[in-house]
Design a binder for this molecule. Sequence first.
Ligand code: FES
Ligand code: FE2
Length: 380
Amino acid sequence: MLKASNARAEHKLDQDPARSYTLPARFYTDPDIFQAEREAIFYRGWHMACHANDLAEIGSYVTATIFDQKVFICRGKDNVLRGFYNVCAHRAHELLAGSGKAKVITCPYHAWSYYLTGELRSARGAEDQPGFDSGEFCLTPVRIETYGHVVFFNLDDAAPAASETFEGLDAELDEHVPGFAGMQRSSTYNSVIEANWKVAVDNFLECYHCAPAHPAFADLVDLSTYRSECHAQHSSHIGSRVRPNNKAYVFDPMAAVQKSAFWWLWPMGTVNLVPGDPAVSLFWFNPISATRTELLAISYTPNGKMTPQLKAASTYAGTILSEEDNSLCESVQRGMASRGYRQGRFVVDAARSSNSEHAVHHFHQLVADALNWRKSDAIA
Ligand code: FES
Ligand SMILES: [Fe+2]
């Protein structure tokens, strides 16, 4: 007899992906769980801001966001890279937008200004106020770290270093991405996905859906060579054989990149390399609410320019592939709210092939641990 699905008991995750259930649907819809993730995951993880070359020059800055927290990173006259919350110490206006270069940071609201060290430089008349101490009104620092040519930030001063968290990633990037160290920004891209951030990460972490849902990608990458490998807090997804003539975009059989390689970095960062001329896109899924996520992307090429082949690859990835993925994620999000769905299972294989969802299980374990859910019902 069929059981009423919403009467089923909820299963904890199993250490063995082959025996484990997925995270329950409520993890993707419940605003209370989203709030718990804010403190336990968003404010404790390492998040990508940009490639290190975006901040090579004195005075250069980039802004970045994790959920409701905005930060900026800049290179001071002393050549030191520093991160700060992007908020004025006067009455809380945002200081900087986008990216660029500045000698001093001037607030657009009442024109208080700050040195690139975060110290208050001038405060238009405030110096005459009784008891005003300019030392009290410096910018609030945010921890940053450059690792594997990527600049990261973390709101948690106690978190282990990015180099420890993602140990080995720097060597993997250098091994697989020709010239990554010297790449320059070529373009940026934003879009909104009507789904929980974990739906988007889940979807990134498996290629089990590639053959049925991405026919052109399945033609571009020989999925029989696709392997996903999990590390402590990142995973790599490499397709080592590709087809220059395929339904996604055509590339030179002699082009420098003859593979696909995708990396996921806990909790929501990704690094992406597709076959053809060298180019990397960094993108991350920034949570907006329990049911809405923003995809923020920055692409880099050897000289910051796009070849015609890179334009074709970018058109394919930015339209067909991302539309297919967005549509999958949005359908899954609707499904997570269905009274007919509670919890699924992972399909895994020993070869860790394109048909294996073990990297999604790895991610679910990290979420469950961060929320203290596997060992207790702390968030239930
Ligand atoms: S809020 Fe920045 S100067 Fe007033
Ligand atoms: Fe996909």
